[in-house]
Design a protein around this ligand. Structure first.
Ligand code: PLP
Length: 352
């Protein structure tokens, strides 16, 4: 291990363990695969693809289509196999990473493996945005501030006025505010106009959630051409596989299916939220995403109790401030019904 940089020693790996279960509500995936007709068109495209040929250097084919669809210049787009890779690139490139806590764990992890100085500011009461403390932290030499909005893992949407204050501060200080919009379809929000007006704001988007393409691995960065030039250098040449590009081109020809799925999942989320509010021992938090954060008397007992009934959820109780919490993805109506039945059947006794 002497070959590797000392800061990499003893680093824990990404906190995820695969568990099989009939009802999988642990990764905020879409419960719906691509519509059959669209998937068929994907397969036709793949049939016609020369597997022996390299794809475009920097996914120019996908970026061109994406640029047209978004009304955003192609020079302001980086496409990568997963937005996680873009998070890593941003953390590697930056002087410092500023984060909220709790938060999406890959920001902190990416800073750690890159030996980039990292600081996290705790969310306020009710998971509110610690705007004043963040503004103060941005007095330090500039780096990248990662802000998931809606926030993960709390599912909360932050006030526009607060985000505008952070963006203004970024413009004045040289910080880059990266708004991670992984769940923005479920909140109906879109910070592209802000990013367009303020080059100190960049957006991360993913195909893994609302688009139902978690297995395909694709995400993109919307930013100024200057920011994109730097980030693109951290994505390996020919980094977006040819098959991924073909799948993205096919869905970008028919992106309309996403809207119906989002409508269904948002309606299901609200039904779940209403129902879980009546749970005797759980407390469910309001959500603007495709998942619900729930505080239980004992996360281990809730997790095991649900798993015994075939339902896999994600424990969140390792985060400070999320004691007892689990996270549940919104599934199909049938899956959500099963979840409710299981949740209300659990007779949890808190550990002494
Ligand atoms: C799911 C998620 C992502 C998506 O990462 P991919 O690598 O694109 O699958 C990014 N950010 C947040 C906050 C997420 O929850």
């Amino acid at each position: 291990m002497k070959a590797f940089k000392p800061h990499l020693q003893g680093l824990p790996s990404y906190p995820y363990k695969k568990v099989e279960a009939p009802i999988k509500l642990d990764q905020n995936e879409s419960p719906y695969d691509l519509p059959a007709e669209l998937k068929q068109r994907v397969l036709v495209r793949l049939q016609g693809l020369d597997f022996n040929r390299y794809p475009y250097l920097h996914a120019e084919d996908v970026r061109e289509r994406l640029a047209a669809w978004l009304g955003w210049p192609m020079e302001g787009l980086v496409v990568a196999p997963g937005s996680n890779l873009l998070i890593q690139a941003l953390a590697q490139a930056s002087n410092a990473v500023l984060d909220t806590a709790p938060s999406f764990p890959h920001y902190a992890f990416s800073a750690k493996i890159s030996a980039t100085p990292y600081r996290a500011i705790a969310l306020g009461s009710g998971f509110s945005l610690p705007t004043e403390a963040l503004l103060e932290a941005m007095e330090a030499p500039p780096g990248v501030l990662f802000l998931p909005n809606p926030h993960a893992p709390t599912a909360r949407l932050f006030a526009e006025a607060d985000i505008h204050r952070l963006a203004d501060k970024a413009a004045r200080t040289g910080w880059l505010l990266v708004i991670d919009e992984a769940y923005h379809q479920f909140s109906g929000t879109d910070y592209a106009p802000l990013a367009r007006a303020n080059p100190s704001v960049a957006l991360l988007r993913t195909f893994s959630k609302a688009w139902g393409l978690g297995g395909v691995r694709a995400g993109y960065l919307l930013a100024s051409p200057e920011v994109c030039n730097v980030v693109q250098n951290f994505v390996p040449p020919f980094g977006l596989p040819a098959h991924t590009a073909q799948i993205l081109l096919a869905v970008l020809e028919s992106p309309g299916y996403v809207q119906g799925i989002v409508q269904t999942l948002v309606a299901e989320r609200e039904k779940l939220f209403q129902a879980l509010q009546k749970h005797p021992t759980w407390r469910v938090y309001e959500s603007q995403t495709n998942f619900l954060l729930v505080r239980t008397p004992d996360a281990a007992a809730a997790y095991q109790g649900l798993l015994r009934q075939g339902i896999l959820v994600r424990r969140q109780d390792h985060y400070p401030g999320l004691e007892g919490c689990i996270r549940v993805s919104v599934g199909t109506p049938q899956e959500n019904q099963r979840l409710l039945e299981a949740a209300f059947s659990l007779a949890e006794v808190p550990h002494a």
